[in-house]
Design a protein around this ligand. Sequence first.
Ligand code: ADE
Length: 239
Amino acid sequence: MHFHILTLFPDMVLGGLHTSIIGRAVKNQLLSIEAVNIRDFAFNKHQSVDDYPYGGGAGMLMQAEPVYLAFQSVAEKLKKKPRVVYLSPQGQTFSQKMAEEFAREEDLVLLCGHYEGIDERVLEEIVTDYVSIGDYVLTGGELPAMVMVDAISRMVPGVLHNDVSTEFESFQDNLLEYPQYSRPEEWHGKKVPPVLLSGHHANIEKWRREQSILRTWKNRPDLLEKSILTEAEKEFIKK
Ligand code: ADE
């Protein structure tokens, strides 16, 4: 999968994404992450890309033309019009389901805004998806783009060595993940739950499922309404 990030701060995105698991996947050519500097497409001698909004108001807007030319440089290389995500608090809230869906694309363009936003006309022309990473306002789209690249990349086959590790994780069936423990068996006086040392796989599965349900009930009751529970499990949370 190939990510093309249109940004005024290429170093910020590339620096953050070429480490750890995503960095390894890039090295192994399962992914590529290209940052296109929108400023390279400025058409004035000062290389400025922002201007005052018509009608007045606070702050500056990114102008349509440099953004459009940066997008075109990618589309021309690909010889097709790729899906273009604009990161904005006004978008649809990003979710695991969206990450899985985007992971099926061969190419994805992520457009990062700055200042007070981008001239609406270029958004109308090039953007296919508006995505927010949550109900708070950041200073730019770079961190949200990095969040999306990370979440999408780990759904690309081969990126996680152990593909089964995405199978039971949080949100897969609207339940949060159960608690996990490693050695030593006792730490700061706290013991690993005995069932996990029992070697009894059915009991371990049952315990983990109960813990997932309990955690979701405590921390994210909104998710629990969407999860599919057996009658016995519904009784279990009532207790
Ligand atoms: N840009 C600024 N804030 C944002 C958010 N919450 N999500 C996506 N893009 C943004």
